[in-house]
Design a binder for this molecule. Structure first.
Ligand SMILES: Cc1cc2nc3c(=O)[nH]c(=O)nc-3n(C[C@H](O)[C@H](O)[C@H](O)COP(=O)(O)OP(=O)(O)OC[C@H]3O[C@@H](n4cnc5c(N)ncnc54)[C@H](O)[C@@H]3O)c2cc1C
Length: 388
C-alpha cells in the first residue's frame, strides 16, 4: 500500500489551532527570499550587539525547529512525538566553534546524550558532525593526503580519539550513532575514519552509520565499494542516506577553482542517484542498515515499495525514515501511523549558538523549490479542515 501523505489530520494531530497558525505565519515569512536573507543578517547583527531579541527568536523559529536549550527541555517534545510512534534523535546543534576546548566540550555533550539515550527508548540514535570534533582545515589536509607536521599530527590524533570515544560509548550502550556528512573537500578523511569505526564497532550489530550525500555524482560507486567492503570483511554497514545540504557552496567553490563540481548536474540526476543508492543498500539488507534523511515524498514511497518487494516488515529496524523537527510532518506522522520506523532530528542548544543551524533551515526553506509552498498548502488544508 502506498502511504498517503495528504492526511493532514494525522500530520498535525499534535498541533493546537494556535500552533498551526503560528507555523503558517512562520513558513510564509521564511518563504520570501529577500525577507529570509535580510532577516537572518539582521538577527545576526542584533545578537552580536547583544540586543534583547532572544525571547522573540525562542518563541518563533526556535520553537518551530528546535527541541529546547537543554536535553531536559526536549523531554516533553520527545514524549509528545513518541505518543504518535515517532522517535527522536537529539542533535546538539551548536555550530561554528572551532577550538580544542569547544571540540572537547561538544564531545562531552554528545557522550552525555548517548548515555541518556540508552535509558530512553524514545531516543534510538545518537548523532554528531565531524567538524564538531575537530578543525575543518585538518580534515581537509588529511583528505588531500598532505603530510601533517607534528602539531597537526597530535591534533588529528585527538580527533581520532574523540571519534573512538563516542563510537565506543555507543557500542557499550547499544545506541547506534549517525555521523553527519559535510563539505566534499573535508569528507574523504571523515569517511575513512568512519569506515575504521564501522570495522571496529559494527561486528554483529550496526552501531556506526556513515552518511552518503546523493547530490555527489561519485557516491553511487562509493556505496557499492562500501557494501563490497562490508561483505568481504564481514562487518555491518550503516548508512544515513541524504541528498546533501551544501550544494551552493560546493558549486561556487568548484567554479572559483575552475574544477568540475562534485554535484550532480541537475536535480533529476540527484534524485535518480538517491533512489539508485537506496536500491543498492536495500538489496544488501542482510548486512546493511539504512537511515533515510529526506523530505522527498517520491523517494520515501520508492523505499516503502522496495521494503514490500523484499518482504520486509514495515517495522523492520534496518530501515528508518527521518525528517527534521518542524518540517515535513505529513511524511513523518503518516508513515509512523502505518507502522514504519520514523525519527525526527531534534536540535537543541542555547538560542544564540543554534542560530547558524536555524539560518540554514531558513535558507533551505527559501532555496529548496516547493518545500515551503508544500508546508504552507498542507497547513492551510488542515486549518480549513478544522474549521469545517
Ligand atoms: C534527518 C536528516 C538528516 C540530514 N543529515 C544531513 C547530513 O548529514 N549532511 C547533509 O549534507 N545534509 C543532511 N541533511 C539535509 C539533506 O541533505 C537535504 O539538504 C534536505 O533534506 C533536502 O533534501 P530532500 O531529500 O529532503 O528533498 P528535496 O527537496 O527533494 O531535494 C532538495 C535537495 O536536492 C538537491 N538539489 C536541489 N537542486 C539541485 C540541482 N539543481 N542539482 C543537483 N542537486 C540538486 C540538494 O541536495 C537539495 O538539498 C539531512 C536531512 C534530514 C532530513
Amino acid at each position: 500500500m502506498v502511504p498517503n501523505f495528504e492526511n493532514t489530520a494525522k500530520a498535525f494531530a499534535l498541533k493546537s489551532d494556535l500552533e498551526l497558525k503560528k507555523a503558517y505565519w512562520l513558513f510564509s515569512l521564511i518563504g520570501q527570499p529577500g525577507l529570509a536573507r535580510w532577516g537572518s543578517w539582521l538577527t545576526k547583527i542584533m545578537l552580536e550587539a547583544h540586543l534583547p531579541i532572544e525571547g522573540l527568536i525562542k518563541k518563533t523559529v526556535f520553537h518551530q525547529f528546535c527541541g529546547g536549550i537543554s536535553e531536559q527541555d526536549c523531554f516533553p517534545v520527545i514524549e509528545n512525538l513518541q505518543s504518535k510512534n515517532v522517535f527522536s534523535v537529539l542533535d546538539y546543534s551548536v555550530e561554528g566553534k572551532a577550538d580544542e576546548i569547544a571540540f572537547d566540550h561538544a564531545c562531552d555533550r554528545i557522550a552525555s546524550v548517548l548515555v541518556s539515550a540508552s535509558h530512553h527508548p524514545a531516543i534510538p540514535f545518537g548523532v554528531f558532525k565531524p567538524t564538531g570534533l575537530g578543525p575543518i582545515d585538518l580534515f581537509e589536509l588529511k583528505s588531500q593526503g598532505s603530510l601533517l607536521n607534528p602539531v597537526q599530527e597530535q591534533a588529528w590524533q585527538r580527533v581520532v580519539d574523540r571519534f573512538d570515544r563516542l563510537c565506543g560509548l555507543a557500542a557499550e550502550n547499544s545506541i547506534p550513532l549517525l555521523i553527519d556528512a559535510e563539505e566534499s573537500w573535508m569528507q574523504d578523511s571523515a569517511d575513512q575514519l568512519v569506515l575504521e569505526m564501522m570495522r571496529k564497532y559494527n561486528q554483529g550489530t550496526t552501531i556506526v552509520y556513515q552518511t552518503i550525500q546523493a547530490y555527489r555524482w561519485d557516491r553511487k560507486q562509493y556505496a557499492e565499494m562500501l557494501c563490497e567492503t562490508g561483505r568481504q570483511e564481514g562487518f555491518k554497514i550503516g548508512v544515513k542516506l541524504v541528498r546533501g545540504a551544501y550544494m551552493e557552496k560546493e558549486n561556487q567553490r568548484a567554479a572559483a577553482l575552475g574544477i568540475k563540481s562534485p554535484i550532480c548536474p541537475t536535480k533529476e540526476a540527484t534524485d535518480q542517484n538517491f533512489d539508485e543508492i537506496a536500491q543498492i543498500l536495500m538489496s544488501n539488507a542482510e548486512f546493511c542498515a539504512v537511515f533515510l534523511g529526506t523530505h522527498n515524498e517520491e523517494s520515501t514511497i520508492k523505499v516503502t515499495q522496495l521494503m514490500e518487494q523484499q518482504g520486509m516488515d514495515k517495522s523492520d529496524s534496518r530501515v528508518w525514515f527521518a525528517q527534521l523537527f518542524g518540517m515535513s510532518d505529513h511524511i513523518s506522522f503518516n508513515l509512523s501511523d502505518l507502522g514504519y520506523k520514523v525519527a525526527k532530528y531534534l536540535p537543541f542548544g542555547p538560542v544564540r549558538e543554534v542560530m547558524p543551524y536555524l539560518m540554514r533551515r531558513a535558507a533551505e526553506n527559501t532555496s529548496v523549490a516547493g518545500q515551503t509552498s508544500r508546508e504552507l498548502s498542507l497547513l492551510a488544508a488542515e486549518m480549513r479542515r478544522r474549521k469545517l
